[in-house]
Design a protein around this ligand. Sequence first.
Ligand SMILES: *Cc1c(COP(=O)(O)O)cnc(C)c1O
Length: 212
Amino acid sequence: MNQLKLREIQNTLPAEVTLIAVSKKHSKAEIDEAYRCGCRIFAESRVQELKEKYDPAYEWHMIGHLQRNKVKDVVGLVTMIQSLDSLALAMEIEKQCAKREIIMPVLIEVNIAEESTKSGLTPEDALRLIAECADLPHVDVQGLMCIGPHDDDVKHITECFTKMHALYLEAQHRFTAEKIRILSMGMSDDYPLALACGSNMIRLGRIIMGKR
Ligand SMILES: *Cc1c(COP(=O)(O)O)cnc(C)c1O
């Protein structure tokens, strides 16, 4: 846990930006420490790990690829699923949330860097999925999420983040800015660039939680 770095980031973050502490591969004790330092939302990428560390006192997001058969295990635990990447998954979220009479906030994951190793939809498919989810009353699409390209070429990263922001504006234009209000983009290595490109939710792991 890097308390100084966390404080530095908290002190310079614009008020409209939400910081998510990515706690994957960190212990519950480390998560408790991060909470004491002011982190309020934690994110896990694996359902099993989320279940092991889950604490109802904190808020949790799911950020990893989610299999349909695991949806029933997560819908009662998380306040947002950031990794929606198919209509089939959306329909399963709908089914499980209808049973519990809850509405699940979700973000649609976009593979903006078009890397074959990444999950996420193309920009066109993401817009189509937002429209399709309008028929699912227990699935509330609130925005978009992406993982930046896996390289350290600032120009390429900026290009991808700029494209993602343009897609976000297009989604707001089509579906209203009241509905589409979250652009989750930026991790430890690229969050300053993401913020410069219009992100309003950053997901920080290593830089605040330490090595994993
Ligand atoms: C692991 C992970 C992060 C955090 O990555 P860091 O580089 O440690 O900041 C953010 N988003 C997703 C989807 C992740 O899987």
